[in-house]
Design a protein around this ligand. Structure first.
Ligand code: ASP
Length: 340
């Protein structure tokens, strides 16, 4: 109760909730009465959830919440795996992948989109203003510009420097679960330099009306082949939402997620009665079972939220984190345990 009071008070004052995370309660699995809820992948999900929460707390729609939420990492130049400032492909192009899905089963997606800071909003426009689901590359850019999106340079000095450094060896090697090492010693993402070269924000929200939506956005695997598309903009792979059952999203090496249609699988398992965590675990196990040799050297994580507001996650490697925000709770969970 005291925590809840603090949360409301701080929110009302507009004080960033991050500054007082330590005063919030530990993990609570919400029941329907505790809606709304928003969850998202990785530590950058905390700030993203706060933006989403502003929409949800006013009784807004989950779709608006997830779009606003993922705008935060998309616009953050320090985040080198999502949006502006993302690490480029091997030819030096920052190419973005994103998709969005609403409670009615509508969806929109863009892949290989360059020069647009908020690919998620272009994906939403594809969903709402065209008869299509997915636009790619130059066509996606043309559509964005025609609809008033500003064309800008997304390659920051830091990411350009990291790319030029990479060019010296030009070895494509996704970093596996480096987050694990960071969390052991210091606050997330605080180590200097380029410590990780992929990660996506996948966000799922259940609004006060009990409606679900999801969004997923990334710059993909750093130094990928030009034209490579990961799981993140693929409906059913990087994201899937079924308003009767729940939603799921993924992060990690996208090729393995696509091969197993991961997020759709998680939602279908929840339909059969699996809890969110058990569904995520089963999807991870499929990946491991099919390709054990590949799986031991990569990270893939799933995050899921069901219609009741219960959530869970599972990943191949330890150290997978996700952020949860409800009325009672604003937390980062690492391997299912509260970090704060
Ligand atoms: N899933 C993303 C991709 O394959 C990367 C990540 O989430 O780490 O593009």
């Amino acid at each position: 109760m005291q925590n809840r009071r603090k949360f409301i008070k701080l929110s009302a004052l507009g004080i960033p909730l991050l500054s007082s995370l330590d005063s919030f309660s530990k993990v609570v699995t919400p029941t329907l009465g505790n809606l709304p809820i928003v969850i998202s992948t990785w530590d950058f999900g905390i700030a993203a959830n706060q933006a989403a929460w502003k929409v949800l707390a006013k009784g807004g729609r989950a779709l608006d919440a997830v779009e606003q939420g993922v705008h935060v990492p998309e616009a953050d130049p320090k985040n080198q795996s999502v949006g502006y400032g993302g690490l480029p492909d091997r030819d030096g192009h920052v190419t973005l992948d994103a998709c969005i899905m609403d409670e009615l089963g509508n969806c929109g997606s863009v892949a290989g989109l360059e020069h647009i800071k908020h690919p998620i909003s272009v994906a939403r426009l594809v969903m709402e203003k065209t008869p299509h689901v997915m636009l790619v590359g130059d066509g996606a850019l043309q559509f964005a510009v025609e609809n008033g999106f500003k064309k800008e340079n997304l390659l920051t000095k830091e990411s350009e420097k990291a790319w030029k450094e990479w060019l010296k060896t030009a070895k494509y090697a996704p970093v596996m679960n480096i987050e694990n090492k960071l969390y052991d010693k210091v606050a997330p993402r605080k180590l200097p330099g380029n410590q990780y070269n992929h990660d996506t924000i996948g966000m799922l929200a259940l609004d006060a009306n009990g409606n679900l939506s999801g969004a997923c956005t990334t710059s993909g695997m750093a130094y990928k082949l030009h034209g490579r598309v990961g799981d993140s903009p693929i409906i059913g792979a990087g994201l899937y939402v079924d308003n009767e059952v729940g939603g799921a999203t993924s992060t990690g090496v996208g090729e393995e997620v696509i091969r197993n249609v991961g997020s759709f699988l998680v939602v279908e398992l929840m339909r059969q009665g699996y809890t969110p965590e058990a569904a995520c675990k089963e999807a991870v196990m499929r990946i491991i079972k099919k390709k054990p040799d590949i799986a031991k050297n990569i990270q893939v994580g799933f995050l899921a939220l069901n219609k009741k507001g219960e959530y869970g996650a599972y990943a191949i490697q330890k150290g997978f984190s996700y952020a949860v925000c409800t009325k009672q709770q604003n937390d980062l969970l690492i391997d299912g345990k509260s970090y704060y």
